[in-house]
Design a protein around this ligand. Structure first.
Ligand SMILES: [Zn+2]
Length: 65
């Protein structure tokens, strides 16, 4: 069983790289039972979206102005 520390580190990783099937399962299972990590994930997604808005990546679909 993974700890909250493991899960939060995986959640951060998932912003940079796709997680493996096993990692995704571990995260999903953990989020079902852990409100803290669930909240952390929402927070991360929010930050990630906000960061994308201010610092668009090359993968961004918006055309250059
Ligand atoms: Zn947790």
């Amino acid at each position: 069983m993974k700890t909250c520390k493991d899960i939060s580190s995986l959640l951060s990783d998932s912003m940079d790289r796709p997680l493996t099937k096993r990692e995704r399962w571990a995260v999903r299972l953990h989020l079902l039972i852990c409100r803290h990590c669930s909240r952390f994930q929402k927070h991360l997604h929010f930050l990630h979206k906000a960061a994308e808005r201010y610092y668009p990546t090359e993968n961004d679909k918006h055309p250059p102005s």
